[in-house]
Design a protein around this ligand. Structure first.
Ligand SMILES: [Zn+2]
Length: 151
């Protein structure tokens, strides 16, 4: 389980090795993504709180990156954070997310991006529930929910 100290270490020293890497030009991303997805994933924008697709959704399933389809979060780690954005306590795997210090907008935050395509997802904060104590605050525009079929 990742904790805040792990997130800080990843941001400060080096991120976990991604399972694969996808690199595209900004023009290619712009052609593939919707304008709203492009603004979040490639331009680090933040969508409006509450008026987004997954803020209030707690269906079981998995969330994948809309840029590259890599799995990022399991719905069982999603919780109601009253922030207005989908919130998770853990990534689906240790190397799903990459972390960086972000000092934009007069704030000191840790940015969370997809470790495969580099798409901006949101931020991580040290105010999540136990046992991890961390909160991944994620833009709905950057993720896509999928139901997991029972075998
Ligand atoms: Zn991705």
């Amino acid at each position: 389980m990742l904790r805040w100290v792990d997130v800080l270490k990843f941001a400060k020293y080096s991120n976990p090795e991604p399972p694969r890497l996808i690199e595209k030009t900004e023009a290619e991303w712009q052609a593939e993504l919707t304008p709203a997805q492009f603004r979040v994933l490639r331009q680090q924008h933040t969508e409006p709180p509450y008026r987004n697709a997954y803020c209030r959704s707690y269906e079981p399933g998995l969330y994948a990156c809309v840029g590259c389809s890599s799995l990022l979060f399991d719905a069982h780690t999603k919780y109601h954070a009253i922030s207005g954005w989908p919130s998770f306590t853990q990534p689906i795997t240790k190397n799903a997310i990459k972390y960086a210090f972000d000092e934009s907008n007069y704030m000191q935050r840790i940015e969370a991006s997809c470790n495969v395509c580099g798409g901006h997802l949101g931020h991580v904060f040290p105010d999540g529930p136990a046992p991890s104590g961390i909160r991944y605050c994620i833009n709905s525009e950057s993720i896509s929910w999928q139901r997991v079929m029972p075998f």
